[in-house]
Design a protein around this ligand. Structure first.
Ligand SMILES: Nc1ncnc2c1ncn2[C@@H]1O[C@H](COP(=O)(O)OP(=O)(O)OP(=O)(O)O)[C@@H](O)[C@H]1O
Length: 796
C-alpha cells in the first residue's frame, strides 16, 4: 500500500489483477479507514441463462455474423420478442441491463432488411451517445444495410447521403421532430419503405418530454400511413414499470410485453456507503460529512488502483469533472503511472472527444471514468467491474440503469452508492429496503395534456393537414378541443377538408425545454472550443469568475457573454472552486380560479418564477471553507407558468399550532404535495416546482405554491386545483402514515430541494394540511350547492 500527501492510504495493488472479485475490492477500499463507511451490503445473486434455438426464419448470414461475435445461440427473451416483431406485432423488451436487448431488435429488423432489399428501419434513442454505440454494434452485421447516424453531430455534407442510401437510420426523437417529419416529402422513399421503428431505452420518455415524444411517434405513424406503410415498433428498456401499458401510451397502439429475462447474470455486490464526518462544521452548525464528490474521487482512484475498471456516475457536469480531477490527484501522489488512465465524460464535450473516450473505456486503455448520466443509457461499455454512484440519482430507475453498467455477461460486479450529505441520501443508505426489492417508478406520461397537444397538433398540421380521421390517433375529444383552441388563436385554419397550417415558417414545440441555444466555452488565448453548456444553466456554471473543469484541466471563466453565447476561459490552477448562489422569487400574475372558505384560499393561476444567480462563493478545495463571496450582475431567468396555491390566515396557523415554525410546516407540506401530485395529475415530480413561505409579498399570508416547471405551464397545477381535496387529503394521509419520526424521503424530504431539506416540520405539516383539507372540502361543498365558481379571472 502507498500513501499520499493527505495521509490517506490508497488501496494500491502494484500489479492489478482481475482475478480479484467485487467482495475483495470492496474489502480493500474500506480497509484502513477508521470508521467503516459501509452501512449495508446487498448481494444480488447470479442467475443462469436460458439459451434457445434461432428462429427458423433467421437468415444464415445473420446467424453467422452473430456467431462471429460470440453469440452462438439466442436467449429465450430475445427470441420471444423477435417472434412477436417478425409476425407484425409491436413489442416491448423489458429485461435487465445488458440482457441483450439489442439483439432482440436486431434479429427481426435485420432479417427484414436482408430478406427485402428495399425495406428500411429507423432506430431512435434518447441520447446521441447511445445511437453512436448502437451504430458500432451494427456495422458488420448485415451487408447492404448501410446503418448510419443522422443527428445533430452529422455533418451537412453527409445528411443527404444518409437519407438516400442508409436502410437503418439511427437518430433521436428531437431530430425526427425537427429535421425529418417536417421534410417528409424529401424522405418520401424512406417512409414508404419503413418496416420497423426501434425505440430504445423507452423509459427515458417520461413526463412532459415523454408526452411530446408520444406525439412525435403518432406524427410518425400518420406520415407513414400517408406513404402507405405501417411499421412495427420494437421498444426496449431495462427499467420500465408496467411495460405493456407504458409502451402502448408511448406509441398510441397495442404493445406486447416480454419480461422474462433469459440472460445469465453475474452476482452484484451492492454497497451503501456513508462518507465519514469531516472535521469541518456544516452550514447548520451540525457536523458535516465529507462530500460525496471527494469520497467518490477517492473510491475511483482506489478501485482503479486495485485493478477494477470503474465508472463513477456524478449528478452534475461539474461534479463529474471534480471526481475525475480528484481521482487523478490521488493517483498522482500514490501511483502516477495510472493518472492518465482516468478521465471525465459528459454530454457537453465535442462529439469526437466523446467517441474517443467511449472507445478508450471499451478497449481498457482507460480504467476509470467519471461521467454524468450521459453514459447511463445503454452505451455498451463491456468489461466494467465497478460502478460508483455519487449520490442517489433521484429515481430508482436511474439507480438500476447506472448500477447495471458494471458486470456485463456473467461477470460479478461491484456497485457502491455514496450518500451525499442530505437527508434523502442518508435515509437511503440507512434504509436498504427503500432501495432493494422495490419496483421502479412508473413512467408517467400524458399525451392528452393540452399544453403538449396544442403545439404538437400544430406541428402535425404543418406536416400534413389534419382531418377528422386523424383525431382518434391524437386522443379524440382532447385533440378536438386543442384544435378548436388553435383555430381560435389563429394558429390553424379550419377548412371543410380539415385543419390547415397557413402561416409562413414552421410551428415548433420544445421537446426537452432546454431554453434556447447553448453557450460555447472557448479558450481565450487559442480560440479552442472546449465544449458547450446549455443556456439555462450557463449563469450558474460558467459565470465570470467560475472555475470550470474540463477533462481534468482547470480553467477560470474570464467573461460570460450571454449576448454572443460565449464563455471565454483561461487555464489556471486555483486551489479553490466556485459555487454560485441564486435567488428564486415567485410573483402572482393573475388568478384564474379560486375557492375560499374560513381562512383558507385555494387558487389556480399564472405566476412568474424568476431565478437569478446573484453571487458566487470561492471555496477551498481541501476543506470546503468559504474564502469570499463575489457579487454577479446577471440577468434573471423568467419562467411564466401556471400554479396552484393556497393561503392560510393567522387563525388557521394558530389552529394548527404552527405559529412558531410556519416555514418548516409549510415547506414540509409543499414537498409532500409535490410528491403526491402525480396521483391526480399524471405528471412526474421532476416536472413540478414549489415554493412555500410564512408570508408571501403578493398574498400577504402564509402560502404554499406548486407550479409547472415548463414555460406556459403543462396542465399539472390545473389538475391539482381541480382535484385539490383528493390531492391534499392524500398528501396529509401519506405524511401521517409514514412511520419515521421527523420526516424522511417517503414523506417530506425532496430529492431536489434547493434549501437542503431545511427547515422541515413533519408534525406541523400534518396539522396544517388537516386544517386546509377541511376548508377546501367545505368550500367545494358550498360551491356545488350554490352551483357557481367562487372567484374568477382577476389580476393581482
Ligand atoms: N444470446 C447471447 N449470447 C451471448 N452474448 C450475448 C447474447 N445476446 C447479447 N449478448 C452480449 O451481451 C452484451 C449486452 O448486450 P446489449 O448491449 O445488447 O444489452 P442491452 O440489454 O441492450 O443493454 P442495456 O441495458 O445497456 O441497453 C453484448 O456484449 C452482447 O454481445
Amino acid at each position: 500500500m502507498r500513501g499520499n500527501k493527505s495521509g490517506r492510504v490508497l488501496a494500491v495493488s502494484l500489479h492489478p489483477t482481475l482475478t480479484a472479485g467485487p467482495e475483495e475490492w470492496l474489502n480493500r477500499v474500506r480497509a484502513g479507514r477508521s470508521d467503516d463507511p459501509v452501512t449495508h451490503v446487498e448481494r444480488i445473486p447470479a442467475r443462469p441463462g436460458v439459451l434457445v434455438d434461432w428462429p427458423s426464419w433467421t437468415p444464415p448470414a445473420l446467424r453467422d455474423a452473430f456467431a462471429a461475435r460470440g453469440v452462438t445461440r439466442p436467449w429465450a427473451h430475445q427470441v420471444a420478442a423477435a417472434e412477436a416483431a417478425h409476425s407484425g406485432r409491436s413489442v416491448v423488451v423489458a429485461t435487465g441491463t445488458a440482457s441483450g436487448k439489442s439483439l432482440a431488435y436486431q434479429l427481426p429488423t435485420l432479417t427484414a432488411l436482408l430478406s427485402d432489399p428495399r425495406a428500411i428501419a429507423l432506430y431512435l434513442s434518447p441520447t446521441k451517445a447511445l445511437a453512436a454505440d448502437q451504430l458500432r454494434g451494427l456495422l458488420d452485421l448485415a451487408d447492404g444495410v448501410r446503418p448510419a447516424l443522422y443527428d445533430g453531430d452529422t455533418p451537412d455534407t453527409e445528411r443527404d447521403w444518409v437519407r438516400a442510401h442508409s436502410r437503418l437510420v439511427l437518430t433521436n426523437p428531437d431530430m425526427l421532430h425537427r429535421g425529418i417529419l417536417p421534410r417528409h416529402d424529401a424522405w418520401a422513399s424512406f417512409f414508404r419503405r419503413l418496416r420497423f421503428v426501434v425505440v430504445d431505452e423507452c423509459h427515458a420518455y417520461r413526463g412532459v418530454f415523454g408526452s411530446h415524444v408520444a406525439h412525435v411517434l403518432r406524427r410518425l405513424r400518420r406520415i407513414c400511413a400517408r406513404y402507405r406503410s405501417t411499421p412495427v415498433f420494437v421498444l426496449a428498456s431495462a427499467t420500465v414499470a408496467s411495460p405493456s401499458s407504458s409502451g402502448a401510451a408511448l406509441i398510441g397502439g397495442p404493445v406486447q410485453a416480454v419480461t422474462e429475462d433469459g440472460s445469465p447474470r453475474g452476482a452484484t455486490t451492492f454497497a451503501l456507503w456513508e462518507p465519514p464526518v469531516s472535521p469541518f462544521v456544516g452550514p447548520r452548525g451540525a457536523p458535516a460529512r465529507r462530500t460525496a464528490t471527494a469520497e467518490a474521487a477517492d473510491l475511483l482512484a482506489d478501485l482503479v488502483s486495485v485493478g477494477a475498471r470503474t465508472l463513477a456516475f456524478v449528478r452534475s457536469r461539474r461534479g463529474a469533472e471534480a471526481v475525475a480531477l480528484g481521482a487523478k490527484r490521488a493517483l498522482a501522489e500514490a501511483v502516477p503511472e495510472l493518472v492518465d488512465q482516468v478521465d471525465a465524460y459528459r454530454a457537453g464535450y465535442l462529439a469526437d472527444d466523446r467517441r474517443e473516450l467511449e472507445a478508450a473505456l471499451r478497449s481498457g486503455t482507460l480504467r476509470g471514468l467519471a461521467s454524468t448520466n450521459a453514459l447511463e443509457l445503454g452505451v455498451d461499455v463491456t468489461g466494467l467491474d465497478a460502478v460508483v454512484l455519487t449520490g442517489y440519482p433521484g429515481r430508482l430507475a436511474s439507480l438500476w440503469q447506472q448500477a447495471g453498467r458494471a458486470g456485463r455477461g456473467s461477470r460479478d460486479a461491484l456497485a457502491v452508492l455514496v450518500a451525499r450529505d442530505d437527508p434523502l441520501d442518508s435515509y437511503l443508505v440507512h434504509h436498504p429496503s427503500a432501495v432493494f426489492g422495490r419496483p421502479v417508478e412508473a413512467t408517467v406520461l400524458d399525451p392528452s395534456n393540452p399544453y403538449v397537444l396544442g403545439p404538437q397538433l400544430a406541428c402535425a398540421a404543418a406536416e400534413l393537414p389534419l382531418t377528422e380521421a386523424d383525431l382518434p390517433l391524437f386522443g379524440g375529444p382532447p385533440a378536438r378541443a386543442a384544435l378548436d383552441a388553435l383555430v381560435e388563436q389563429g394558429v390553424l385554419r379550419r377548412r371543410p377538408a380539415g385543419w390547415y397550417w397557413t402561416s409562413r415558417g414552421r410551428p415548433d414545440a420544445d421537446l426537452r425545454g432546454t431554453g434556447g441555444e447553448p453557450v460555447s466555452i472557448v479558450e481565450a488565448s487559442t480560440g479552442r472550443l472546449l465544449g458547450t453548456v446549455d443556456a439555462g444553466s450557463a449563469p450558474s456554471s460558467v459565470h465570470t469568475g467560475a472555475v470550470h473543469l474540463h477533462r481534468g484541466e482547470t480553467f477560470v471563466v474570464e467573461e460570460l457573454d450571454l449576448e454572443h453565447l460565449v464563455a471565454l476561459v483561461h487555464r489556471a490552477e486555483p486551489d479553490w472552486y466556485t459555487q454560485s448562489q441564486d435567488v428564486t422569487d415567485l410573483s402572482v400574475v393573475s388568478v384564474s380560479e379560486s375557492l375560499s372558505f374560513d381562512g383558507v384560499e385555494l387558487c389556480f393561476g399564472t405566476v412568474d418564477v424568476t431565478n437569478q444567480v446573484v453571487s458566487y462563493q470561492r471555496k477551498r478545495i481541501a476543506t470546503g471553507e468559504v474564502i469570499d463571496e463575489q457579487p454577479l450582475d446577471l440577468p434573471s431567468q423568467l419562467l411564466r407558468t401556471r400554479a396552484v396555491w393556497y393561503t392560510m390566515t393567522d387563525s388557521i396557523l394558530e389552529l394548527a399550532s404552527v405559529v412558531d415554525d410556519v416555514g418548516g410546516a409549510a415547506h414540509a407540506a409543499e414537498h409532500a404535495a409535490i410528491g403526491l401530485l402525480p396521483l391526480v395529475a399524471s405528471c412526474d415530480r421532476w416536472d413540478i416546482g414549489g415554493l412555500s413561505t410564512a408570508s408571501h409579498q403578493d398574498t400577504g399570508l402564509a402560502t404554499v405554491f406548486v407550479y409547472d416547471g415548463h414555460p406556459g405551464g403543462a396542465g399539472f397545477a390545473e389538475r391539482g386545483f381541480a382535484a385539490a381535496d383528493e390531492w391534499l387529503t392524500a398528501t396529509r394521509d401519506a405524511i401521517s402514515a409514514c412511520e419515521c419520526a421527523a420526516g424522511c424521503p417517503s414523506c417530506v424530504h425532496s430529492p431536489k430541494c434547493g434549501n437542503g431539506n431545511d427547515p422541515l416540520d413533519k408534525a406541523g405539516a400534518i396539522r396544517l394540511l388537516t386544517a386546509v383539507v377541511d376548508r377546501v372540502r367545505r368550500g367545494r361543498a358550498e360551491q356545488s350547492s350554490f352551483g357557481h365558481q367562487v372567484g374568477g379571472q382577476r389580476p393581482l
